[in-house]
Ligand binder design. Structure first.
Ligand SMILES: *Cc1c(COP(=O)(O)O)cnc(C)c1O
Length: 489
C-alpha cells in the first residue's frame, strides 16, 4: 500500500511513498500531507471472522490488510503494547450508558487519555524504522495537553529518536503538565510557550518547513518527523478501535452484524473522526459520524454550511482544552478523499492565505452524507456531566460534548457509540465543579473531592505525579523555540 500527496506533486518529491516513508517524513508537496492511495475493503466477513478475537488479533489482521512495509516482528511488538493497558484483551471497553448510547472508553493506557491508543504502538514502529536505517530522528510535537504526555511516554529511552514537545503554558491541566515536566530521560525535551495551542502548532509547522532549520539538522545528522496526527502512522492505529467498538456492540447483543450505527466523536484535530471515516469507507456499517465540538465550533460551521472560516476567530479557552483547536489538520485528508488533490490544494492554500474557504453546494452535500455536527458549551457540558453521573456514569468534559451531538444530530433510531477520550483524573477541577459546586480548586484537591463523592480511588500513577521532581522547566516565546531546540540537540 502506497501513500500519495493531499495537495498533488511538485515534481521534486516522489509522487508516491511507502508507509514507512510517509511516517518518517509526513510533510508532502505544497505543504500537504500523505493519504493512502486506496483503502482495503474489509466487509462483513471480516467482522464475522473477528467476533471471537481479542483486540490484538483483530488489529494484526487489519494491519495485514493494509500491506504496509513494516516487518512482522515490529508490528507484533507494536500491537503488544496494548498489554500495558488496563485489560490487554480489551484495551477499549464499551459501556452501556443509555438504551441506545454506548461509550467506548479509549483512555485505559499509561497516560489516561486516548492518544495512547495510537501513540503507544506508533512509538515502536518509528523507533524500529530509525534503528534499522541507522538514522536519528527528531519528533517535534505540539500538544494541547494529551499528545505531549503520550508521545513522551512512548519514546522515553527508545533508541534513535529524540522528542521535543511544545505545550501552551497555562493551556493544559495540572495533571497533563506534570505528566510532561516530570519526564526525565536524555532523549526528551519539554518546552512551554507563551501562546495557545494554535500558536504551538503553527510554530511547529513553520519549523518542519524551515530550510535553515532543516539545514542545521542535516549538519547534526538528524532527520525530522512528527508525532501529531498529520502522521499516518497514528491514523492507522485509530481506525482499528472503531471496528472494535462495532464488534463489541455485536458481542453485547446491542446490534446484529450488519446493522448501521452512529459514531459520535469529540473532535479537535480530527484524527479520531478520520479513523472513523476510513473504517466506514472500508466497509464498517456506519450511518453517520457525528462531530462534537466545544465553543471553538469551526468544525460545526464547516459541516453545517460548507464554510471553513478563521477570519474573525481566535481560540476560546474551554473546559475541554484538548478540543480548543481552530485549524484542524486532518480535515485536509477528508477534502482530499472527497474532492481530489487539485481542489484540496486550492482550498488549503486559500485557508493559509485568506483564512477561509467555502465548499460548493455539491461538495457540501457530499460532506453531509457522512458527517453531522454540533457544539456543546461549557455550561451544557457541565449539565451532561451532572446528569450522566446521577445515572451512574462518571465522564470527563471532552466526552460530555458528545451528548449534545447525540441529542441533536441523529435522524434515525440507531445505536450510537460515543467516544470517551480522557479519564476523569485528567480534567478533575471541571468535574469536581459539576459534581460538588466547588470552584477554583487545584487538580489535587479536585481529585480528592471526586474520589470521595463517587467513592472511587485515584489511580496510583496520577497520585505519584504530585510527588515527582519537575525536571523540565523551560517556558519561552515562540521566537526562541528554534534556538532552544538546537541547543538541546
Ligand atoms: C486529542 C483529544 C481530542 C481530539 O481528538 P482529535 O483526534 O484531535 O480530533 C479529544 N479529547 C481528548 C481528551 C484528546 O486528548
Amino acid at each position: 500500500m502506497n501513500f500519495i500527496e493531499t495537495r498533488g506533486n511538485d515534481g521534486k518529491r516522489p509522487a508516491e511513498v511507502t508507509f514507512s516513508e510517509a511516517i518518517l517524513g509526513p510533510m508532502s508537496s505544497f505543504g500537504g500531507i500523505y493519504s493512502p492511495k486506496f483503502l482495503p475493503t474489509l466487509g462483513l466477513s471480516f467482522l464475522e471472522k473477528h467476533l471471537d478475537s481479542n483486540y490484538q488479533m483483530m488489529a494484526l489482521d487489519v494491519l495485514e490488510e493494509f500491506g504496509i512495509d513494516i516487518e512482522q516482528n515490529v508490528i507484533d511488538e507494536a500491537v503488544s503494547l496494548y498489554n500495558h493497558f488496563d485489560d490487554a484483551n480489551n484495551p477499549a471497553p464499551l459501556v452501556k450508558v443509555k438504551d441506545d448510547l454506548y461509550i467506548s472508553e479509549l483512555y485505559h493506557g499509561p497516560t489516561r487519555a486516548f492518544k495512547d491508543m495510537a501513540l503507544q504502538p506508533f512509538g515502536v514502529v518509528l523507533s524500529s524504522l530509525a534503528k534499522q536505517r541507522d538514522e536519528n530522528y527528531l519528533i517535534l510535537a505540539a500538544t494541547s495537553g494529551d499528545t505531549g504526555p503520550a508521545a513522551l511516554e512512548t519514546f522515553k529511552n527508545r533508541q534513535n529518536v529524540q522528542v521535543v514537545c511544545l505545550y501552551p503554558d497555562g493551556g493544559t491541566s495540572d495533571v497533563q503538565r506534570l505528566q510532561m515536566v516530570t519526564e526525565d530521560a536524555d532523549n526528551l525535551k519539554v518546552i512551554g510557550i507563551h501562546g495557545d495551542f494554535d500558536d504551538a502548532q503553527s510554530a511547529l509547522k513553520l519549523l518542519l518547513a524551515s530550510e535553515t532549520f532543516n539545514e542545521k539538522l542535516k549538519e547534526k545528522n538528524i532527520h525530522l518527523s512528527a508525532a501529531n496526527s498529520v502522521n499516518f502512522g497514528r491514523i492507522i492505529f485509530q481506525l482499528i478501535y472503531h471496528i472494535h467498538s462495532y464488534l463489541e456492540l455485536v458481542r453485547q447483543k446491542a446490534i446484529n452484524l450488519g446493522d448501521f450505527i452512529y459514531l459520535d466523536v469529540p473532535s479537535g484535530n480530527f484524527g479520531n473522526a478520520l479513523g472513523g471515516y476510513y473504517a466506514m469507507k472500508m466497509g464498517l456499517p456506519v450511518e453517520k459520524i457525528l462531530i462534537a465540538s466545544n465553543n471553538n465550533n469551526v468544525l460545526t460551521q464547516w459541516i453545517s454550511t460548507g464554510k471553513y472560516d478563521l477570519r474573525d476567530s481566535s481560540v476560546i479557552p474551554t473546559t475541554s482544552p484538548a478540543m480548543d483547536i481552530l485549524k484542524s489538520s486532518n480535515v485536509e485528508r477528508i477534502l482530499f478523499d472527497m474532492f481530489g488533490s487539485a481542489r484540496t490544494k486550492e482550498l488549503m492554500l486559500q485557508l493559509d492565505e485568506e483564512k477561509y474557504y467555502v465548499l460548493t453546494a455539491n461538495e457540501l452535500e457530499q460532506l453531509q452524507e457522512v458527517f453531522s455536527a454540533d457544539f456543546c458549551t461549557d455550561e451544557e457540558g457541565k449539565k451532561y456531566i451532572q446528569d450522566t453521573y446521577s445515572e451512574g456514569y462518571l465522564m470527563d468534559p471532552h466526552t460530555a460534548t458528545c451528548f449534545k451531538t447525540y441529542e441533536t444530530c441523529k435522524d434515525k433510531d440507531l445505536i450510537t457509540v460515543a467516544y470517551s477520550t480522557a479519564e476523569w483524573t485528567k480534567f478533575s477541577p471541571t468535574i469536581a465543579n459539576a459534581l460538588t459546586g466547588e470552584t477554583d480548586i487545584s487538580d489535587q484537591d479536585a481529585l480528592k473531592a471526586i474520589a470521595a463523592k463517587a467513592n472511587i480511588e485515584i489511580p496510583a500513577q496520577i497520585n505519584a505525579l504530585f510527588e515527582l521532581d519537575i525536571v523540565q522547566d523551560v517556558v519561552i516565546d515562540k521566537e526562541e523555540i528554534e534556538k532552544e531546540i538546537l541547543a538541546f540537540l
